[in-house]
Design a protein around this ligand. Structure first.
Ligand code: SF4
Length: 407
């Protein structure tokens, strides 16, 4: 067997299926394109398909696959990526000879799995929030707003109902092999059909499965949900929070900080594990230090991702003068996160702020001006320092319109 170094091996397609709101089956949540749909094949059939077998073969050969472009981008920009993290989770080293990965698959007994060990499903877009970085498919509120603004790419779709095929897909992955079930919305806690499926999972299966629920923290879990959380082997509730206090209301609009605190309190009372899940973008990079400080003061478990999509919300898409302010604030944050990799990521974030990349500045300004006008919000409530830059952009835009009108 070749001794060539494999720089692109990823464990995900060997163990995982991801099913998105539109019904597409994927190898992971970082892949953008799909060739499989739950109308034609269940996630488990996709897991056993020729397409998946071919993809795995290419990864084992060390091929750099275009489908994995987001991970390549993350690795170019920082020392981390979804791929690196997933491999680390299975104690698989990176940049090893091809032969090493064949041996690891055998050692971990995952070369001939018939069912996924890990499955994440985006069940419906029914949601009570319209976070700025969201989209039509992930929030019914965002979808409704886009329809009102006449910019929806899916004006005739309704993603808010958990479709029968999706419920079948959820049932199909709950096998005796499943170790992790990751359910996402929209807002997962708003879907009664999913609650019923989880209530019906038998005790034996539940005792082997780690359940992961993604929530925006603005639906305080009721007793039924708390009982579900306690039934599974482990439950991890990921609460999405992008800023401290009222700043979160702007970014994860129109979230209510008091409800986020009530959710945390309820989970603590019920002894349910939770994690604060944060996406770092140019919307919160100027104030993220406050959130990080709050997390560390309360000793919460947290995790953060550096946003790479949509492009105009990448953290570096800000004028350098603003990034310099963000850097100073980030330098005051203690490297005291409970998850060690977050300390390293904080370093990466500070390094990232050294170079502004405003390639997508125009789209950012247009998007913010449009959403603020519609929502009667003002980004200056979160980033007062941005006002003069936005004003400059508006003047430029007006001048352009006037010049065009003259032609
Ligand atoms: S390399 Fe990244 S995008 Fe490709 S399968 Fe792995 S996690 Fe997904």
């Amino acid at each position: 067997m070749e001794n060539k170094i494999n720089k692109h091996f990823c464990i995900q397609p060997f163990v995982n299926t991801t099913t998105r709101i539109t019904g597409g089956n994927y190898f992971c949540c970082n892949i953008k394109r799909s060739t499989s749909d739950i109308k034609e094949e269940s996630p488990t059939e996709f897991f056993n398909s020729d397409y998946t077998a071919d993809f795995r073969k290419k990864l084992l050969e060390g091929q750099k696959l275009s489908e994995c472009g987001t991970c390549h981008y993350q690795e170019d920009k920082s020392s981390n990526s979804h791929r690196i993290e997933y491999n680390r989770y299975y104690n698989i080293l990176n940049d090893q000879p091809i032969e090493y990965y064949h041996k690891m698959l055998k050692k971990l007994r995952i070369s001939e799995l018939k069912n996924p060990l890990y499955s994440d499903l985006h069940i419906s877009n029914l949601c009570n929030l319209k976070c700025l970085s969201c989209n039509d498919k992930d929030s019914s509120k965002f979808h409704a707003e886009n329809k009102q603004l006449n910019i929806s790419r899916f004006p005739d779709e309704d993603f808010s109902v958990t479709k029968a095929e999706m419920l079948d897909a959820v049932r199909s992955v709950i096998t005796n092999d499943l170790l992790f079930l990751d359910l996402r919305g929209g807002e997962t806690l708003m879907a009664p059909e999913i609650k019923r499926i989880l209530q019906n999972v038998n005790e034996k299966q539940a005792s082997k499965i780690t359940l992961k629920i993604q929530t925006n923290g603005n639906i305080v879990p009721d007793e039924d949900w708390c009982n579900i959380f306690k039934k599974f082997k482990n439950t991890k509730v990921n609460i999405s929070v992008d800023a401290y206090g009222d700043h979160n209301h702007y970014i994860r609009h129109p979230s209510d900080w008091s409800k986020t605190l009530a959710t945390i309190e309820k989970l603590q009372q019920q002894n349910v594990k939770f994690l604060i899940n944060t996406v770092v973008s140019n919307l919160n990079i100027m104030v993220i230090d406050e959130l990080f400080q709050w997390i560390q003061e309360n000793n919460y478990l947290n995790y953060f991702y550096i946003m790479d999509w949509p492009l105009h919300y990448r953290p570096t898409n800000l004028p350098q003068s603003l990034l310099d302010i963000a850097t100073k604030r980030l330098q005051n944050v203690k490297m005291n996160f409970k998850i060690e990799t977050c300390n390293k990521k904080l370093e990466d974030l500070i390094t990232m702020c050294e170079i502004s990349d405003q390639t997508h500045w125009t789209s950012f300004c247009k998007e913010i001006i449009m959403r603020d006008n519609f929502r009667k919000n003002n980004i200056a409530d979160v980033i007062p320092e941005i006002t003069q830059h936005l004003e400059k952009f508006k003047i430029l835009l007006n001048n352009r319109k006037e010049n065009n009108a003259k032609i």
